[in-house]
Design a binder for this molecule. Structure first.
Ligand SMILES: [Zn+2]
Length: 77
């Protein structure tokens, strides 16, 4: 019974230690500038732009919906 008591104390201490570390750590899941940005080329005018700003078509990616329309393409999917 005595060992069980100490085991419980130790487990509580480990749990509290992990919890305090997790609380102090600043979450950086979405760093604003870290990580390489994947670039794509507009299939109509050839400009390079980040993939999240690109407009996707069935033939490729475009810089804008106007260029997708000019290339006689439509939304993929
Ligand atoms: Zn374009």
């Amino acid at each position: 019974m005595k060992y069980l008591f100490w085991l419980l104390i130790i487990l509580l201490a480990i749990w509290a230690f992990k919890r305090s570390r997790a609380g102090n750590a600043t979450p950086s899941q979405n760093p604003p500038t870290a990580g390489p940005t994947e670039m794509v080329t507009c299939a109509h005018c050839g400009i390079h732009l980040p993939v999240e700003e690109a407009v996707s078509g069935q033939k490729g990616a475009y810089c804008s919906t106007e260029h997708r329309t000019s290339a006689h393409d439509r939304n993929a999917g």
